[in-house]
Ligand binder design. Structure first.
Ligand SMILES: [Zn+2]
Length: 291
């Protein structure tokens, strides 16, 4: 009798696993941080039982919005950080691998070197930087409220900084790692504007929607979303709004592969041929499927 119950339980677990595998398609890993993906997480708790996979973490977080209105908790640390070449900086593994490919392609095109100034930065490091910035204005005789305001134009507050995701980079053309306001008009900056999406990176902080101007800052969103954002001139905020309004969006990538991208607040539908599932850090799912 006991054996029969165990067998039945095994069969049910097997069926659930099969359903998860069918639902997930080529998405091989786990949705690892379900509190940021939304409230309805019954399916994602099943995903969590699968082995944690570095590529999958980038898949899950690559569209997370992190800005003045949408913060990360102080407890969030990416689990799959890895060193990027010889830079001493770290990124989530998929972003690190694509960053290296991007700089190699840039070199092969004879454009020149690109130096990684900053990759992952922890909540605590950002908190220290921000406090030091506020203090520098206080030291210049600014009032406390004005020092806060002036600092907020220069730096993101802790939790509102994309570097905490392990998906953002600050880059320089100089070996002394100077961050330049003129970066976009350099050969490297122009090359990135034309090509960075092929490696999943897009310029960020381009408009006032984040309140920051950092011409040297790029964010990893993956090649599919990077191509759409670049072709249509969307910031991440605008792209997520566009997906929310569209509900589903058909897209053909540079290789001629067709996708449909769904924007949903739950995973109850039976999605087919899933390429990836990610969250937006606002309780929604972006499900990319092969057509
Ligand atoms: Zn940055």
């Amino acid at each position: 009798m006991k054996k029969q119950i165990v067998l039945q339980r095994g069969l049910i677990l097997g069926l659930i696993s099969m359903m998860v595998i069918l639902m997930s398609g080529c998405f091989a890993g786990a949705i690892t941080d379900e509190p940021y993906l939304g409230e309805e997480v019954s399916e994602s708790s099943a995903f969590q039982e699968q082995p944690r996979n570095n590529t999958a973490e980038a898949e899950v977080t690559k569209l997370w919005l992190v800005d003045r209105n949408t913060a990360l908790p102080s407890s969030f640390t990416p689990s799959a950080l890895t060193a990027v070449g010889e830079s001493g900086e770290q990124l989530i593994e998929a972003a690190a691998a694509d960053y290296v490919k991007m700089t190699e392609a840039m070199k092969a095109d004879g454009v020149g070197d690109l130096y990684l100034v900053q990759g992952y930065r922890s909540y605590e490091e950002q908190e220290e930087l921000y406090s030091a910035c506020v203090q520098s204005f206080l030291d210049k005789g600014e009032s406390a409220s004005r020092a806060e305001l002036l600092a907020s134009y220069q730096l993101a507050k802790a939790g509102q900084d994309e570097h905490q995701t392990g998906l953002a980079v600050d880059v320089s053309i100089s070996s002394d790692l100077t961050l330049s306001e003129d970066f976009r008009s350099t050969d490297q900056g122009k090359w990135l504007a034309r090509n960075s999406w092929r490696y999943g990176f897009v310029y960020r902080y381009e408009t006032t929607d984040t309140g920051l101007k950092e011409p040297w800052h790029l964010r990893y969103v993956g090649a599919i979303h990077g191509q759409i954002m670049t072709e249509r001139g969307f910031t991440l905020e605008e792209y997520l709004d566009f997906l929310a309004q569209s509900g589903q969006y058909y897209f053909t990538d540079s290789q001629g592969v067709q996708y449909v991208i769904y924007y949903r607040s739950s995973l109850v539908e039976n999605f087919r041929n899933i390429q990836s599932i990610c969250g937006d850090n606002q309780g929604h799912y972006i499900i990319t499927c092969f057509v």
